[in-house]
Design a protein around this ligand. Structure first.
Ligand code: HEC
Length: 106
């Protein structure tokens, strides 16, 4: 019985640790993209995990994604048109967010 309780505690602390490690959108992403994007679900635009999957294995992924965010438009998701640079992201923010999105593919 004692070991059963111990393993329950171990299992639940693993769960807590798991959620603490879950990826969170960087602050600039929340401010400038979060009204249309989430990491793991569609809103107005595709989930960033789906975008990461689309580019998986592409060595130029971060550059291509950054270029698309900068020019805006449609990228084949059939969800509409994205406003260039989202809600006013700077080039540096776009670069950081592109790298973040690519990193979600692991
Ligand atoms: C007004 C809503 C809106 C905002 C704000 C917005 N997006 Fe989008 N985004 C979209 C839509 C809609 C699409 C899908 C277009 C399509 O159907 O192809 C999209 C697509 C994308 C894609 C997919 C590109 C590809 O190559 O497939 C990425 C990456 C992306 N957005 C990143 C961002 C980032 C980063 C920001 C913030 C700087 C942002 N978006 C802000 C609406 C938005």
């Amino acid at each position: 019985m004692k070991s059963f309780i111990a393993s329950m505690i171990a299992a639940s602390s693993l769960l807590i640790a798991g959620s603490a490690f879950a990826v969170d959108m960087p602050a600039e992403g929340k401010a400038k993209c979060g009204s249309c994007h989430a990491i793991d679900k569609k809103i107005v635009g595709p989930s960033w995990m789906d975008v990461a999957k689309k580019y998986k294995g592409d060595k130029q992924a971060a550059d291509k994604i950054a270029a698309n965010i900068t020019k805006g438009g449609s990228f084949g998701w059939k969800m509409g048109v994205m406003t260039p640079k989202g809600l006013g992201a700077s080039d540096a923010e776009i670069k950081k967010l592109s790298a973040f999105i690519v990193g979600l593919a692991k």
